[in-house]
Design a protein around this ligand. Structure first.
Ligand code: PMP
Length: 458
């Protein structure tokens, strides 16, 4: 902070210079300054100068699963910092990257009789990992003598990132297609699978038949199927039956499509399995991970694929996977990721996620009684209050902060995915704050929804 400046001064300086996610360059949006972060708690300072210690119910958008300032992650970062922070990855390698690739391959979904995921591309963010996955699929099809296969089959309600190819496979209506009509490819979208809570075998079968029909109709132009397995995040915190993944595997195999699972949000235990693919015992040909990979410390993501896909592209006329970012395999990020995967490797996450899941279920249940609430649901360590109408993001966020909870609602959803280290008391505080904030803002009846809408949902 500049000498003599105040919190309001810092926030004002931010407003004059910075963009925030999915926000206008506007002076009007409320901001809090983070003064400190430790364990599951953030110390926030509001514009009025008031200080709030809050439980972070968002894990900084799915990433900080072990909480802030974790001693093991801090030590790993410091160790690597004392060695070297970054080197280019072209023509050079280093232990943190090699160990991370080995770690990821070892953890990746596996099933008897199906090739595993054995080859790793380290990318700098989730969106980039998705770009690389899509590129790889197209290059694979070209290498197989099918150069017309340049498009993708996805499902409605998906979200895969903000870069162009990734946006192109996001939901075509709720995503950003309308803003960039000339730039987003004409991908094919199947309906959203039936909701997990109410799906019948017949509904799943009817959906699978529709997907297969679309694949049959378009397969000569399709390289791959891409989905977020079991839980669609930013597209609506919507969960669907694992059985649908088995159907997608069958359809992909039948029509020569690769199957890509975007596990960027769902990976590393969040839904109750190490990867959401594990709910179905399905192994994709390509998988993307990110977010929690470094425990929320640094930006890093990875794309994993089978040895067969990697060999086909490598032995093709192109002779290489055509991607290579400057910060590929950043050693500092890889070292922290290794430490984070080490913590996951002790298996404690499974009990933590189950414990948090039941805490969320009981803590959020009272929201089901509210008139403004359409649905309350929990999947793994994710809890959702879905309203009938758009959330007043500004008012609900402020009301939750006053109750000692940090949430970032979007559209009609107030949701939480707490750090795995959250105690029963933390979860009780988070859920009570969410229910209290929704009650205060949306049950009063007279409240004018001045600022309703997006809020951002990375
Ligand atoms: N895929 C999914 C499922 C995501 O939730 C996100 C995060 N918004 C992304 C891709 C993009 O990741 P990133 O924000 O790191 O680019």
């Amino acid at each position: 902070m500049r000498p003599g400046s105040t919190q309001a001064g810092l926030i004002q300086r931010d407003r004059e210079r910075l963009w925030h996610p999915y926000a206008p360059a506007s002076p009007d949006l409320p901001l809090w300054e983070v003064e400190a972060a430790d364990g599951v708690r953030l110390r926030l300072r509001g514009e009025d100068g008031e200080c709030h210690e809050v439980v972070d119910a968002m894990s900084s958008w799915w990433s900080a699963i072990h909480g802030y300032r974790h001693p093991v992650l801090d030590a790993a970062a410091k160790r690597q910092l004392d060695n070297f922070s970054h080197v280019m990855f072209g023509g050079l390698t280093h232990a943190p990257a090699v160990e991370l690739a080995e770690h990821l391959v070892e953890m990746a979904p596996a099933a008897a009789g199906r090739p595993g995921l054995e080859r790793v591309f380290l990318a700098d963010s989730g969106s980039v990992a998705v770009e690389v996955a899509l590129k790889l699929a197209v290059q694979f099809q070209t290498a197989c003598g099918r150069p017309s296969r340049q498009r993708f089959l996805s499902i409605r309600g998906g979200y895969h990132g903000d870069t162009f190819a990734a946006m192109g496979v996001c939901d075509p209506v709720d995503g950003m297609h309308s803003a960039f009509p000339g730039l987003l490819a004409g991908n094919v979208f199947a309906p959203r699978p039936p909701a997990a809570a109410s799906a019948t075998t017949e509904a799943v079968q009817a959906w699978a038949t529709e997907v297969a029909a679309l694949a049959e109709e378009h397969h000569e132009g399709l390289a791959a199927i891409i989905v977020e397995p079991v839980l669609q995040g930013a597209g609506g915190m919507y969960s669907y039956p694992a059985e649908c993944l088995r159907e997608l595997r069958l359809t992909a195999d039948r029509f020569g499509l690769l199957l890509i699972f975007d596990e960027i949000a769902t990976g590393f235990g969040r839904t109750g399995e190490l990867f959401a693919a594990g709910h179905a015992g399905v192994v994709p040909d390509i998988m993307c991970v990110g977010k929690a990979l470094t425990g929320g410390y640094l930006s890093l993501a990875a794309m994993l694929c089978t040895a067969g896909v990697a060999a086909t592209v490598s032995n093709s006329e192109a002779g290489a996977l055509l991607h290579g970012p400057t910060f590929m395999g950043n050693p500092l990020a890889c070292a922290v990721a290794n430490a984070s995967l080490g913590l996951i490797g002790d298996g404690g996450w499974r009990t933590d996620v189950a414990r948090i899941s039941s805490g969320l279920e009981s803590g959020l249940a009272p929201a089901g009684e509210l008139g403004a609430v359409r649905d309350v649901r929990t999947i793994g360590a994710v809890g959702v209050i879905e309203l009938h109408d758009a959330v007043d993001v500004t008012a609900v966020t402020a009301a939750a902060v006053r109750r000692g909870v940090w949430v970032r609602p979007f559209r009609n959803l107030v949701y939480t995915m707490p750090p795995y280290i959250s105690t029963a008391a933390d979860i009780a505080q988070a859920t009570a704050g969410m229910v209290g904030a929704v009650t205060e803002v949306h049950e009063a009846g007279a409240h004018d929804l001045a600022v309703a809408g997006r809020g951002g949902a990375a």
